[in-house]
Write a protein that binds this ligand. Structure first.
Ligand code: MLT
Ligand code: MN
Ligand code: ZN
Length: 277
């Protein structure tokens, strides 16, 4: 299995265009750049899937040699798996409208939001033949990956606060059918429930919600209101001890908000490869 972090930031990226908090200012000074949360996965190195499609997707794809078109037209990309309906996870679909065909896997709740409140699906149908499918549990992907799905949250995007449905935020567990290696993707995780603890048990690698280190980080850094808990993000300070209960599993953090100053080895950067090539 291959797992490449194409983008490691939360919505807005880092530096965020209109932010001069300490982390954004330092990123400008040093030239560091985090693009928005998207991960590329493959079971066989030739059929690739995206976990979410953020607004930086074009540059992210161009920066990944494995996604170079074969022949005059084409792509090794087979599809996109959406774990939320948030703008930072879905806007990239608009930039994939040149595709001849891609599958998009999402829960019925997310697909409904992207059909009505934010009508990406009917819009894109005018441009390309996206094959929208339910993100079933389990789901078999080309290239020998099996995906399990767990609903971890019900936070709706701001544009869909009144929309119906329960399966708004998912964690995914991908297993390589040949080697048994497994990877859990949970970059939006509101709480560490017993069900989530079981979901990650025995995994080799986990990419966790690294939006904030502490619950009050956003207000401390920018003066803007908003606690991590109310935004559906379990702070790293609270997930680290829970991760510590799984000594055989490597936990790393992605989807960092621009206020998150973390630089440790358990924080991924753009381009990180979670399983060796
Ligand atoms: C989130 O992760 O909480 C959302 O993506 C917030 C946003 O970007 O608006
Ligand atoms: Mn987000
Ligand atoms: Zn900032």
């Amino acid at each position: 299995m291959r797992v490449r972090v194409l983008g490691s930031a939360a919505g807005g990226g880092c530096p965020q265009w209109n932010c001069a908090c300490a982390v954004c200012a330092d990123a400008r000074r040093t030239g560091r750049n985090r693009t928005q949360d998207t991960v590329a996965v493959s079971g066989d190195g030739s059929a690739w899937y995206l976990l979410n499609a953020g607004p930086d997707i074009r540059a992210q794809i161009l920066g990944m040699p494995e996604l170079t078109p074969a022949g005059r037209r084409g792509t090794p990309l087979r599809g996109v798996l959406l774990t939320t309906a948030e703008l930072d996870h879905t806007l990239g679909l608009l930039s994939l409208r040149e595709a001849a065909r891609l599958s998009v896997h999402a829960t019925a709740t997310v697909t409904a939001a992207l059909s009505a409140a934010f009508p990406l699906r009917p819009m894109l149908a005018r441009y390309t033949d996206l094959d929208w499918r339910d993100l079933t549990d389990p789901l078999e992907l080309d290239g020998g990956l099996t995906v399990r799905r767990l609903t971890v949250g019900t936070k709706r995007p701001k544009y869909a606060v009144d929309a119906p449905g329960d399966d708004w935020v998912s964690a995914l567990r991908l297993t390589d059918d040949r080697t048994g290696a497994s990877f859990v993707y949970a970059t939006c995780l509101p709480e560490w429930t017993g069900a989530f603890d079981t979901f990650v048990a025995g995994a080799d690698e986990v990419l966790l919600d690294g939006t904030f280190v502490t619950d009050d980080e956003l207000t401390r850094a920018t003066g803007r209101p908003g606690r991590a808990a109310s935004m559906g993000h379990l702070p790293m300070a609270d997930s680290r001890p829970r991760a510590g209960g799984h000594p055989g599993t490597r936990f790393r953090y992605g989807h960092l908000n621009n206020t998150n100053p973390s630089t440790g080895a358990d924080v991924v950067v753009d381009g990180a490869e979670l399983f060796g090539p």
